[in-house]
Unconditional design. Structure first.
Length: 173
């Protein structure tokens, strides 16, 4: 019977080694997980803080310049303002929008039917190339998110509030 006990002891020792290896891997993964959670948390807080600062800057000054900190020996980076598209609300005219967004809303308002980005691009003075069309599509989507335009069918944009542009035209007079 001695060989049976020796075999069991051998198997037990092998199982113990495997358990210890797995525990070591778990400890290593737990440490990596905690480090990544810390990085994620710092990035989230940084993004939220920057968003708050940019929002405060744009509401108080519009287009002030900000110098970003850089590593020693690098040239400072200047960021001029942030384009902010406010959420539409009653009484707000297109004049609160940055120029390119205002141009887009005015072009869409002048159209009798919903428009595609590729139709809008030449009307706002840009070349009808893929990069400009995609950039304009992003702006159109932002205007939809903020309530200035609607997108009832994919890729077709229309004015959400007629009074928005009309009150803007009255303000120009």
């Amino acid at each position: 019977m001695g060989s049976l006990f020796e075999e069991l002891e051998s198997r037990e020792a092998a199982a113990r080694v495997r358990v210890e290896e797995l525990e070591s891997q778990i400890a290593e993964l737990t440490a990596r997980l905690e480090a990544e959670r810390e990085t994620w948390s710092r990035l989230r807080v940084t993004r939220e803080t920057v968003a708050e600062v940019v929002a405060e800057m744009s509401s108080s000054d519009g287009a002030s310049a900000v110098e970003l900190p850089v590593a020693a020996g690098d040239q400072p980076v200047r960021v001029v303002g942030a384009i902010m598209v406010p959420h539409w609300r009653e009484g707000l005219s297109v004049h609160v929008l940055p120029d390119v967004y205002r141009d887009i809303v005015e072009v869409v308002a002048d159209a009798s039917t919903p428009m595609q980005a590729k139709q809008i691009v030449p009307r706002i003075g840009l070349p009808a190339v893929t990069a400009k069309i995609e950039g304009t599509r992003g702006k159109l989507k932002r205007l939809v998110e903020r309530g200035w335009l609607t997108e009832d069918q994919p890729g077709l944009f229309a004015l959400a509030h007629r009074a928005t542009v009309e009150s803007g035209e009255e303000a120009e007079r």
